[in-house]
Design a binder for this molecule. Structure first.
Ligand SMILES: [Zn+2]
Ligand SMILES: [Zn+2]
Length: 322
């Protein structure tokens, strides 16, 4: 089933194939990740103090929520809401600080996976189809080279943006100003916990959730014909700022809300909902606003008709009516 109109940045030719490729060790990715991991494990023990741990917690939460979830994923990648340009830059910058990639790299990695997972078959790298340890090695230290990949064509709005090009070229270096600030105010403990431990935990956590969200867990929705299904990982809802409701995301990729039921906490949505109420966010897309997908089927009674959604006027959390 070709649903490529839903991932328009991935342009196919007659040869394009989501399955045929090889996984190769990526020195830069691997050294970046393992370097921070080693510094985090050894330095984190040697230089632990509670103020450094607090810096770690606050900056991790801010960069994952405003940066990774709201900036990179829900705004830049899925265009699920609109906001002032300064806010988009700020959120995407915080997403860069997570330490996974620059704006272009993040969009490309996400869309390649999104595109491939909608096919009947795709490479095990792209569907987290290997065993736990091998998948960890692959995702955190290697890249997949497809023999005939789709051509990545990003929209003009991002392609022509000098700020995003600057962030892309310097995404690793963006940690350096924070190294200086943390060293000045808190010495080595703040540097290690505020930078390396935060990056190691965020990147490792991102892989862990990706692994479980494509292998096991509860589902309300099934996508007919897809190489892999998304699963919900409920215990990680708060830690991931709502991103772990991944079965919902596979069902409604363009929705700004991920925890679509009352019992599904979605901190990213709570922030977005409040920003919407003070007028800083608008054109918020919800499941009911998305085009009908014939391949989307509901697995149980929790899956409600799209017409049964309500939209709050003020600070009321939006949910499907149950
Ligand atoms: Zn997925
Ligand atoms: Zn997505």
């Amino acid at each position: 089933m070709d649903t490529n109109n839903e991932t328009p940045r991935m342009q196919e030719s007659i040869l394009t194939n989501a399955e045929d490729g090889v996984v190769r060790w990526s020195p830069v990715k691997s050294i970046w990740y393992l370097g921070h991991l080693i510094v985090a494990i050894i330095g984190g023990c040697l230089f632990f103090n509670w103020s450094a741990f607090l810096v770690f917690v606050i900056l991790t939460a801010l960069t994952l929520c405003l940066g990774h979830s709201l900036g990179m994923h829900r705004r830049l990648i899925h265009n699920s809401y609109e906001c002032p340009k300064w806010m988009e830059y700020l959120f995407v910058y915080l997403g860069v600080l997570v330490g996974m990639a620059g704006p272009f790299g993040m969009v490309q990695q996400h869309d390649l996976r999104d595109w491939a997972q909608r096919k009947n078959k795709c490479h095990r790298y792209l569907r987290h189809g290997e065993g736990f340890l091998r998948d960890g090695w692959w995702q955190l230290n290697c890249d997949l080279e497809l023999r005939h990949p789709p051509t990545f064509v990003i929209e003009k709005r991002i392609e022509k943006d000098g700020v995003y090009h600057f962030m892309e070229k310097t995404w690793m270096l963006q940690q350096l100003p924070w190294v200086a600030v943390f060293f000045y105010f808190g010495g080595m403990p703040w540097v290690i916990w505020g930078v390396s431990a935060r990056i190691a935990v965020s990147v490792t956590g991102h892989w862990l959730i990706g692994y479980f969200a494509h292998n096991q867990g509860q589902r309300d929705w099934h996508i007919i014909g897809s190489a892999v299904q998304g699963h919900n990982v409920p215990f990680a809802a708060y830690l991931t700022m709502g991103e772990s409701w991944h079965n919902n995301h596979h069902a409604y990729p363009g929705s700004a809300i991920l925890g679509i039921y009352h019992h599904q906490p979605d901190p990213g949505w709570w922030v977005l909902n409040r920003l919407m109420n003070i007028g800083l966010v608008w054109n918020v897309k919800l499941p009911k606003d998305l085009p009908n997908r014939p391949e989307l089927t509901c697995l149980n009674n929790n899956g409600l008709e799209k017409g049964s959604i309500r939209i709050p006027k003020r600070c009321v959390f939006l949910r499907f009516l149950t």
